[in-house]
Design a protein around this ligand. Structure first.
Ligand code: FAD
Length: 438
């Protein structure tokens, strides 16, 4: 049996190792189009901040790791898949045949529509190559503009700030972390960043970048009429799954490659995992592209088990729900935006950067945002995940949301709390250490 894996990020690497563990005699080919050993994008902020070296971003440290596992590594870009002949065509003309195929090609950063976005001095923060270019320009005191204050943008912001640059973050929505936080929480995080030396411009767009002659700064125009000078512009404005090469293959794609709970596509024997996969999330009842590494790892593990004839499936996705912004911990669980007809309560202690907003539907806590409040994280997650009926405690919490511990004691002891796990494989134990090491 020959397994071909397209993409050698975390999903591809875990899949290759899992296949090897479960099918010692099978052939495995791991294909990647970035030079150098497989690495983790998640480690890039640590590299930029100067906390780790480039070697520290590698997914596996030993030089002979893949050779020892008899995993053949191929460098190159796949440009077409034929499900009829079961072959992958590479950019350099090579044709690689497969019995089972895993598509783990990840995603690429989306460049925002800004005049002059291709100027030298403007970079995404996605690859090691981007990181090298950013580090060269982000010297102490350099003027840096970061476009986008979403989940990855905020991680990049912290790394840039650690380099001692003069940082302005520009976000077109009305708050930071707009896909995770409501206005109250997002505004508090913004004030925290500003207190820590980062200028934040929300409800603002970068409209143009004028790359000037070498040695002089770029002129950056904003939608609020401001003109700024910048030595570096970094953008973090969303991603697009790398699935374009599957056009005409018969493999069904919406935004990403559509998979079932076993991570198999509509073509038998062809699977997808990670940032390129669009899976049905039974917890949220919609098909989603997860975009975070723990889910890429879970999905790859699940796909690889199925590729080797096991019977595994994914139940749901892990959400990134607890977040550290320059030392301020915030969280976002469940339906934090609330629901029509629901009730909510909000408390804030502006001077101590503490905030909590709880959202209810009938007598169930369905979502929340917290900032600077870490002591209730387990309780909040438990209530929300297990749909605990709070009865009279709903009204008590609406009056005083800090009584969460009491509510937990009173309500949860009467409930059957079900140990939810995003991963389930009938008749087996939890994923192995190999998977956990990523
Ligand atoms: C700066 C940054 C910080 C992040 N921080 C976090 C974090 O804190 N927590 C978290 O959970 N997630 C984080 N993420 C997201 C996380 O890195 C991704 O979810 C994860 O990398 C997905 O893994 P993957 O294997 O699916 O895709 P990738 O890691 O993108 O790997 C896919 C590989 O396939 C290659 N490829 C693509 N197309 C082809 C082709 N046609 N032929 C051959 N090879 C191809 C790509 O070049 C790439 O090497 C961060 C991402 C970035 C950029």
């Amino acid at each position: 049996m020959k397994h071909v894996i397209l993409g050698n990020g975390p999903a591809g690497v875990i899949a290759a190792e899992t296949i090897r563990k479960n099918a010692p005699a099978d052939d495995i080919v791991l294909i990647g189009d970035e030079p150098g050993p497989p690495y983790s994008r998640m480690a890039i902020p640590g590299l930029i901040a100067g906390n780790i070296s480039e070697a520290g971003t590698q997914l596996r440290r030993a030089n002979d790791h893949f050779a020892r596992l008899h995993i053949a590594q191929v460098f190159g870009r796949a440009v077409h898949v034929s499900t009829r002949t079961r072959t992958v065509k590479m950019e350099d003309g090579r044709v690689i045949d497969f019995d089972k195929l895993l598509i783990a090609t990840g995603a690429s950063p989306r460049a925002p529509l800004i005049h002059g976005i291709e100027s030298p001095g403007v970079h995404a923060c996605w690859t090691l190559q981007d990181a090298r270019a950013i580090m060269a320009l982000a010297q102490p005191g350099a003027r840096v503009i970061l476009v986008g204050a979403g989940f990855i943008g905020c991680i990049v912001m912290e790394a840039l700030a650690a380099r001692g640059v003069n940082l302005v973050i520009v976000e077109k929505r009305d708050r930071m972390l707009p896909n995770m936080m409501g206005k109250g929480a997002g505004d508090m995080i913004q004030r925290w960043c500003e207190k820590n030396g980062v200028k934040v411009l929300s409800s603002t767009r970068v409209t143009s970048v004028d790359g000037m002659a070498a040695g002089s700064p770029m002129a950056v125009r904003l939608s609020n009429g401001m003109d700024l000078h910048a030595d570096l512009v970094v953008y973090s404005a969303g991603t697009t799954p790398n699935v374009g090469f599957l056009r005409g293959s018969g493999i069904r794609c919406l935004q990403g490659v559509v998979v079932d709970a076993s991570m198999q596509t509509n073509v038998p024997g062809v699977y997808a995992a990670g940032d390129c996969a669009e899976a049905f999330d039974s917890v949220n009842c919609r098909s989603v592209i997860s975009g975070v590494q723990p889910n890429a790892a879970d999905q790859a593990y699940c796909a690889a088990l199925n590729m080797t004839g096991r019977n595994a499936f994914q139940r749901g996705l892990r959400q990134i729900d607890v977040f550290d912004t320059m030392g301020l911990i915030s969280s976002s669980f469940g339906q934090w935006q609330g629901v029509r007809g629901g009730q909510w309560v909000e408390i804030a202690d502006e001077s101590h950067f503490r905030y909590m907003r709880l959202e209810f539907s009938q007598d169930v806590l369905i979502g929340c945002n917290t900032v600077g409040v870490t002591e209730h994280a387990g309780i909040l997650r438990g209530f929300i995940q297990h749909h605990v009926h709070l009865g009279e405690w709903k009204d008590l919490l609406l009056q005083d949301p800090t009584r969460l511990k009491e509510a937990y004691r009173e309500c949860v002891q009467q409930e059957f709390v079900y140990q939810a796990s995003p991963f389930h494989m009938p008749g087996t134990a939890a994923p192995s250490a190999m998977h956990e090491s990523v």
